[in-house]
Design a protein around this ligand. Sequence first.
Ligand SMILES: *Cc1c(COP(=O)(O)O)cnc(C)c1O
Length: 401
Amino acid sequence: MTTLSDYIDIGMSSPDITDAERAAVMSVLESRFLSLGPKVVAFEQALAHYVGAAHAIAVNSGTSGLHLAVIAAGIGEGDLVITTPFSFVASSNVVLYERGVPIFVDVDPVTGNIDVALVAEAAADLCRGGRAADRWLPPALRNGRTDLRRGQLKAVLPVHAFGQPADMDAIMATARAYGLTVIEDACESIGATYQGQETGVIGKAGVFAFYPNKQMTTGEGGIIVTNDDAWADLFRSLRNQGRDVFDSWLNHSRLGYNYRLDEMSAALGLVQVHRLDELLGKRAQVAAWYEERLADVEAIQTPTVAASTTRMSWFVYVVRVRPPADRNQVMTELEKVGIPSRPYFSPIHLQPFYRQRFGYEPGAFPITEELGQVSLALPFSGVMTEDEVDWVCGRLKKVVG
Ligand SMILES: *Cc1c(COP(=O)(O)O)cnc(C)c1O
């Protein structure tokens, strides 16, 4: 008997590209401008308009955008940034780039987003200093150890994990109370809304990412959004080798980077922004197909959408495998029938270089670690068909049943 697997090759993710994107990229190649041209400007305007930001500054990756936001927030040697260990590693690496120290707090067990009660507690204790502050520091910095300089608590960096907004009201309240800058890692949440507000423009700056597995893509690419005029100017300078708008090509007002987005990528992104509602709608449909088929499967817990999430932007479809079923075994069994799946996320504090540098051991953040052990990302994209979802769910049910 032939099965669907004889015909389809299901990938983990897939971009959604049409003739409009292909034509847009070709038209750039036929022009004189492959960089620093009109497409980046048009892309920035379209994206800013979509999320309702005063400014959008395109960069060559989400990581680059987050790095520049960390610089703008004045994070320097030893400065502390409260963030989540249940994320993609880039969200805390950008703090390390400036020799700051990520202060991890555990996450909400339901959404997997940063636990806002812990954010408030950590901010209070870290601002008070002394022994109260100690328990929030990475083990290697506790008890007055002096080999790592201890700076100031400066920022909170929440991540809207899997396209679901973090509880921003509480985070903003804590930030106001202690004078902290809020940088939103919105790399997984373009188009998501929190109590009706677009993610990315709630804090002082937000960053979206456009790697090919994201909801919309530019190949590689990212964009910073902000309502702050001075920050926007700074981002434009920092991404362009530290040139100010009045600088000539070989004049550099500050230390900068080459984090520019090229014109081919921007042209692709411009079409994708215009299609964004369609792209998000297709992803929501695929998520609904999964939910229909998996909701009553005992061993599988489907994603929970919080009441404060007024629009989910489906980035990935991550289920939890309930014991006695074992996530790793489920992955292996799915692999055997050609269905890829991924453990998602692998906690940041247990990555080898975080353990080595900051002294983290398993047990430091129990909820994050638990989620890291049971979470399974299934194949997901806006171009997946209902038949493909059927096939994946059918095999998954067999494996856990
Ligand atoms: C994708 C992603 C990034 C980084 O994006 P790149 O464009 O790959 O650099 C940062 N944070 C999170 C949470 C992401 O998912």
